[in-house]
Every structure is written in C-alpha cells, then in structure tokens.
Design a protein around this ligand. Structure first.
Ligand SMILES: N[C@@H](CCC(=O)N[C@@H](CS)C(=O)NCC(=O)O)C(=O)O
Length: 219
C-alpha cells in the first residue's frame, strides 16, 4: 500500500520549508495542507496539541511535529539520498549545528530590527561567522558535503528569508564581502532542485516583512 503523506503548513514559513525540502530530497509525493494560523484547523490542534504549530507531518495517520524532528524522521523512513551523515560522530556534529542554528543563530539574526542597532548587528555577524568558518574548514558546496544535508536544511532561513528581511528592514549585514562562503552557499542552496519550489514567492515574503517592520505602502 502506498504511503499517505500529508503536510500541514503555511507558505511563508521557513520551518515548513524544511519539511518540504526533506520530502523533495527523498522524492516523496505528499498532500500540502495550508493552515490559517489566525484560525488553526481542528486537525492541527489535534495533531500538535502541545505546540499548536506548523509544520506537522502526517504519515499513514501518525503525526510528527517540530521541523527538525520531521526532517530526521523522513531520513529514517525513506532511504535513498541520505540527509544525515552515516558516521555517528558526523551525525552528532550535524545535530549540534542544527541546534545551534535554531537556538542561537536565528534568534540573534531576528533580533536585528529596522533601527540599525550596532550591538545586535555585531552579535548576528559573530554567529554567522561560525557558519562561515564551518564552510571554510569543510571546503564543500554544502554543510552536508556535495549534497544538501540536515545543517543546510536547518539554515534555510539564512539562505532565503534573511536577505528579504534585510531588504524590508533597510539594513544589510549578510554581504558577500563579509561572508563569501555563506553567501555562495545560500545562492547554491536556494537554486537547488529540492529547494527552489518550496520557497515562498519573493514579493509575497517582502510584503509580509514590510508590514512587519511597519513600512508597507512606502510608510
Ligand atoms: N520549533 C518549531 C517552530 C515552528 C513555528 O514556529 N511555526 C510557526 C509558523 S512559522 C507557527 O506555527 N506559529 C503558530 C503559533 O505560534 O501559534 C519547528 O521547528 O517546527
């Protein structure tokens, strides 16, 4: 019997894209269910009663929540192109970096608002430099090597969403000049087959961030 795979998400979410990218890497067909987060569906509340957040993956009726847990689940269930390294130490490092991205890197990047706070920018650059150094040491196209892996997927916000957010805020610190490896990685990542059709349209994302920063309609 074919697998029944459903994904509850929203088009603008970098967390949801993580799950979509992993499903694309494995070539899994799924039903995409768009949630209205201001009026969450009964299904979402039933399947993720703890966090009540997207994404939720429903595999043959069984729900899985939290984007990085979903990515690992997809890698465990569907063989083929691996997402996590096979070596236990390398797996641990990939999980560590994904945790770092979620718990330290992305929060400090998001903490940079539209007021150009120098201290917040310096802190964000310090964390991005850690990722820049990782790529420098590895010398590979992606954090996962020559193909996309867990760390790349965890960093999808940095690859796509962040530059649009910078444009909306009118502040740019994620530059080729400062981060030559990371900006090249971002370009390769967003243009790769498994990723590009998961990303929200640029104009829609920009409109969202302009509203977020109170700059819509040229205000
Ligand atoms: N740690 C979660 C974060 C997911 C998350 O924050 N999802 C947002 C959409 S981007 C959400 O569902 N927000 C609804 C809410 O907070 O009520 C993950 O990795 O899946």
């Amino acid at each position: 019997m074919a697998d029944a795979v459903k994904l509850y998400g929203t088009v603008l979410s970098a967390y949801v894209s993580r799950a979509k990218i992993a499903l694309n890497i494995k070539g899994i067909k799924y039903e995409n269910l768009e949630e209205d987060l201001s009026n969450k569906s009964a299904d979402l509340l039933k399947y993720n009663p703890v966090f009540k957040k997207v994404p939720v993956l429903l595999h043959n009726g069984k729900p899985i929540s939290e984007s990085l847990v979903i990515v690992e689940y997809i890698d465990d269930v569907w063989k083929g192109v691996p997402i996590l390294p096979q070596d236990p130490y390398e797996r641990a490092i990939a999980r560590f970096l994904a945790k770092f991205i979620d718990e330290k890197c992305i929060p400090v990047i998001k903490a940079v608002g539209s007021n150009g706070d120098e201290k917040a920018i310096a802190e964000a650059c310090e964390q991005l430099q850690i990722l820049e150094n990782q790529l420098k040491i590895k010398g590979t196209k992606f954090f996962g090597g020559d193909s996309i892996g867990l760390v790349d997927i965890a960093a999808d916000f940095i690859a796509y969403w962040h530059a649009i957010r910078e444009e909306a805020a009118g502040i740019k610190f994620f530059t080729e000049d400062k981060f030559p490896k990371l900006t090249k990685w971002a370009d390769d990542f967003v243009n790769s087959e498994a990723v590009k059709n998961t990303l929200p349209p640029r104009e829609q994302m920009l409109a969202f961030y302009l509203k977020f920063f109170g700059k819509a309609n040229g205000m």
